[in-house]
Structure formats: structure tokens, C-alpha cells
Design a protein around this ligand. Structure first.
Ligand code: FMN
Length: 331
């Protein structure tokens, strides 16, 4: 059992966060996770450089959505001034919360010393956090890794800088930047961070089910947990974990009809948001995730990847769930 998290004026309905994932946690997916019980869901990251150009790609990421959760937009960048500008622009577009990304190990971000590369530069971290918090009158949250590498797990120092500069909530992925996604997340540093600050700390990394959620909370003493990859194709993980952590019975796994309707609506939402060409391409990976492990999923996936119209894609989803036998692979 843990206490309620408040971020500025926003009282979260529970302490189970969806992790921001570029290319995945767009508005349709966040809406679905919110419906299935996520207590918080920041947008995919937006580079502070490209934000100002307002490309179609960026617009999709910042667009205000009404999913019952505070609208949190994540920004990444390495220059305090442009980060503050990006934050202000997002608030003007309706962001309720600004989330700063200092956790991404991606080359594209790190070559410009953004994302987790910033952890090597505590002074720059401080400048960015101070500039953003000063510029906007909404709460600012931060996502970090435990440090640049195993020899420098400076997460505690970064967390203290965050608290000192008015960050309202801190999410920590239990890997260093050098780890990328290798090995298993490590929770001791998150526990140390939790001990060293009084702002809410959210533990992240490799939580895939209700028991792991409970274990990570116990190991870290964190105020909440954040789930990323385990939610892909499985937004129901939020209702399971939030119920379990609240001491309630764990809801049944979704039946095939529930998965069908969620996938259909999700894919439809992607077509609407991105248009047919991009929408159906983005939908392909989600289709694969939702049907993972189902009978005849391989053949369904193979066929789904070949389709070039939104209408055909939706029709194939219906056919798979209504007549799975039609996807028996040819011998
Ligand atoms: C495909 C993908 C995209 C990601 N994009 C972002 C991002 O935009 N911003 C961010 O802070 N973290 C990003 N992350 C990191 C996740 O938020 C999370 O910290 C990481 O996946 C570990 O959590 P998990 O084990 O529950 O997946 C991404 C991760 C993945 C797998």
C-alpha cells in the first residue's frame, strides 16, 4: 500500500504510470491505457529543436487529448533556453504538466548531449531544470536513468538537483545510460534516490506483472511504478497492477472479444490520427503485440503486414478474431 501522488494540483487516481515510448505511446495508446487504469501517461518525447518547427510528427505528439489524465508532454534537449521555450509553447498548446527526458539513451538524442547523456553534466542538468521550472507555471516532472555508467551512478545527486530546482515528481529507470537496454534493471539506486529526496519517486524498468510491481515497490520504497514495454499489446496490465497494489482482487485476463475490440479501436484511432499511409504502418507492430501467442497469429501477422489500405487492415482484424481458423498456415 502506498500514498496518493499529487503533481501540482493534479491528484493521480493511482500510482501506476505508463512509461513514455517514442513511436508507441501516442494519443490512441495513452487513451487506451488510461481507460484500463493507468494513473499517469506522458507523451512520447519531442525534441526541443524540432518542436518549434511544428512538423506533423511533432503535432501528433503534443496534441491535447482528453483521456481523463493530466496532459503531460515530454520534451528532450540540451539547451536550457530552448527547453524553456519548448515548455512554454507546449503549455500554450494545453499541456498540464511538462516532463523532461533525461533518460533516453538513443544516439540521435545523445549525440546532442540530450536525454541520458545530460547525466554526465550535472551543472547543465541544473540549468535546464531551473530554466524550465522558472518559465512555466505548470508542474515540471523529470525522467532519468541511474547515471551515465556503472562507475558513475549519480542518480542521487541528480535527484537532489531536481528537488532543489522545483521538480514535482521524478521517474527513474533502473539502468545506466551505458546499459542501454541490456541486462536487468537494478533497483538499489532507485531505493537510494527515494531515501535522498522528498518529492515522489517512480520506479521503472522490467516490471512485467503484478508480482514484480509489488516487489519493485517493496525493494525501492518508491511512491509509484512505471510500466513501458509490458504494456505493449497489453494495456490491461494497468487494471491488474493498480487493483493488486490497492489490495483488490486482480481482474480476469481479457478474453478474445475484449482484445478484439481494443485492437480494432486502437488501430482505427491510429488511422484517424496519422492518416492511412502512416497509420496503417504504425498499427502493424501493435497488431503483432496484441495477438502474440494466439493461435494462428503468425499467419495473421504476415497477412496484416502486406495490406496497404486502412479498410483492409480493419477487415483482416475482424476476420482473425471471428474466424481464426481461416489463418491456419498452409502446410
Ligand atoms: C521503443 C521505446 C521508446 C522509448 N521512448 C522513450 C521516450 O520517448 N521517452 C522516455 O523518457 N523514455 C523512453 N523509453 C524508455 C521507457 O520509458 C522506459 O524507461 C524503459 O522502456 C524501461 O521500462 P520498461 O522495462 O517497463 O519498458 C522508450 C523505450 C522504448 C522501448
Amino acid at each position: 500500500m502506498f500514498s496518493m501522488i499529487q503533481i501540482g494540483a493534479h491528484k493521480l487516481k493511482n500510482n501506476v504510470f505508463l512509461a513514455p515510448m517514442a513511436g508507441i505511446t501516442d494519443a490512441p495508446f495513452r487513451a487506451l491505457c488510461a481507460k484500463e487504469g493507468a494513473g499517469f501517461a506522458a507523451s512520447e518525447m519531442i525534441s526541443s529543436d524540432t518542436l518549434l518547427f511544428a512538423t506533423a510528427k511533432t503535432k501528433h505528439r503534443v496534441e491535447r487529448v482528453n483521456n481523463g489524465l493530466p496532459h503531460a508532454v515530454q520534451i528532450a534537449g540540451s539547451d536550457a533556453q530552448s527547453m524553456a521555450d519548448a515548455a512554454a509553447l507546449n503549455v500554450a498548446h494545453g499541456a498540464d504538466i511538462i516532463d523532461i527526458n533525461m533518460g533516453c539513451p538513443a544516439k540521435k538524442v545523445c549525440n546532442r548531449a540530450a536525454g541520458s547523456a545530460l547525466l554526465e553534466h550535472p551543472k547543465l542538468v541544473e540549468d535546464i531544470l531551473a530554466a524550465v521550472v522558472k518559465r512555466v507555471d505548470v508542474p515540471v516532472t523529470l525522467k532519468i536513468r541511474t547515471g551515465p555508467d556503472a562507475a558513475t551512478r549519480n542518480g542521487v545527486a541528480i535527484a537532489q538537483i531536481a528537488e532543489r530546482n522545483g521538480i514535482a515528481c521524478l521517474a527513474v529507470h533502473g539502468r545506466t545510460r551505458a546499459d542501454r537496454f541490456k541486462g536487468h534493471a537494478e533497483y538499489n539506486t532507485i531505493a537510494d534516490i527515494k531515501q535522498s529526496v522528498s518529492i515522489p519517486v517512480i520506479a521503472n524498468g522490467d516490471i512485467t506483472n503484478v508480482n514484480e510491481a509489488k516487489t519493485v515497490l517493496a525493494l525501492t520504497g518508491a511512491d509509484g511504478i512505471m510500466i513501458g514495454r509490458a504494456a505493449q499489446g497489453n494495456p490491461w496490465i494497468f487494471r491488474e497492477v493498480s487493483a493488486h497494489l490497492a489490495g483488490l482482487p486482480i481482474p480476469e485476463k481479457p478474453d478474445s472479444q475484449t482484445i478484439y475490440h481494443a485492437l480494432f479501436d486502437h488501430v482505427n484511432g491510429l488511422h484517424e490520427l496519422y492518416g492511412e499511409y502512416r497509420g496503417l504502418r504504425i498499427a502493424r507492430k501493435h497488431i503483432a503485440w496484441y495477438c502474440k501467442g494466439m493461435r494462428n497469429a503468425t499467419e495473421f501477422r504476415t497477412q496484416a503486414y502486406k495490406l496497404e489500405t486502412a479498410k483492409e487492415q480493419l477487415a483482416l482484424i475482424s476476420t482473425f478474431f471471428e474466424h481464426p481458423d481461416m489463418f491456419e498456415a498452409a502446410a
